[in-house]
Design a protein around this ligand. Structure first.
Ligand SMILES: Nc1ncnc2c1ncn2[C@@H]1O[C@H](COP(=O)(O)OP(=O)(O)OP(=O)(O)O)[C@@H](O)[C@H]1O
Ligand SMILES: [Mg+2]
Length: 258
């Protein structure tokens, strides 16, 4: 297999239980370089858990997770930290530090993890703010921003280190349709501009089909479908079809644990 064909992220039969509950029951997934994989799944189904496993914030009970062919599951703290410098995480609620200005929120990873000078850092901060159309917010505090603006700043911070991989947890949840569309376009243009691979967890079907180059559905702890968006849309798999249509009738409701 050539280098270009190697998956950026690979999960091999990953299992994870919290106490008695098995959240992931053998997840296998392969994310090709520069793709945008949308992961669909029920609330509480383990999607955020999946992202935390990839970042090495959680360890699986069994199975392997690989980032650029390196086993995340075998890494110690030092190598995990080095790997995380190549991964950008965009959190659902932006997770900005409220006591720091927008500029300082974005500069923080650069100050802590690199030896760049202040002017180099300022330049990078301005570049990323421009990418998300938020140059004017440089000196604002997070509390002065709307939810949609915070999301865009969260995005800018997620890509400040020019990551090879960007993980998005519900990037458009709770936003109005126009801002959602802006965020969707940003996800696409960022992945194209910096050549990153993206994994996007979302409930919003419109966003999912707009941004995805690949789709996977997590259901009852397993990936039950992994395909192109076109094939997902045409899927006759009862669970996939029901989820995409947002139908109340079908296997999902019957199988929902009480
Ligand atoms: N640290 C933890 N300790 C115990 N249980 C946990 C922990 N993290 C997650 N869980 C459980 O694992 C399951 C999956 O959680 P997760 O947050 O991954 O779901 P999700 O698919 O992201 O849901 P949502 O769409 O609502 O964000 C849930 O039942 C949750 O309660
Ligand atoms: Mg979640």
């Amino acid at each position: 297999m050539s280098d270009a064909a190697k998956p950026t992220v690979e999960l091999r039969d990953v299992r994870l239980s919290f106490d008695e509950k098995e959240v992931l029951a053998g997840v296998s997934l392969s994310v090709p370089p520069r793709s945008r994989l949308v992961v669909l799944g029920q609330s509480g189904g383990g999607k955020s858990t999946l992202l935390r496993l990839i970042l090495g914030l959680l360890r699986p009970s069994s199975g392997e997770i690989l980032f650029n062919s390196l086993k995340v599951t075998r890494m110690g703290r030092l190598r995990l930290n080095r790997m995380r410098q190549k991964i950008g995480m965009v959190y659902q609620y932006s997770a900005l530090i409220s006591s720091l200005s927008v500029r300082d929120n974005l500069a923080l990873p650069l100050e802590e993890l690199t030896t760049k000078s202040r002017s180099e850092i300022d330049h990078l901060v301005e570049e990323k703010l421009a990418l998300v159309g938020m140059s004017d917010a440089r000196d604002k505090m997070p509390a002065e921003l709307s939810g949609g603006m915070r999301k865009r700043i969260g995005l800018a911070r997620g890509i400040i280190m020019d990551p090879e991989l960007i993980l998005y947890d519900e990037p458009t949840a709770g936003l109005d349709p126009v801002i959602s569309a802006v965020i969707d376009e940003l996800i696409i243009s960022l992945s194209e501009k910096i050549g990153a691979t993206s994994i996007i967890v979302t409930h919003e079907m419109g966003s999912a089909f707009k941004v995805a180059t690949h789709m996977a559905m997590l259901y009852q702890g397993r990936i039950i479908a992994s395909d192109t968006p076109e094939n997902f849309k045409a899927s006759t798999h009862p669970v996939v079809a029901q989820f995409i249509a947002g139908d109340t009738q079908g296997p999902i409701l019957q199988a929902t644990p009480s």
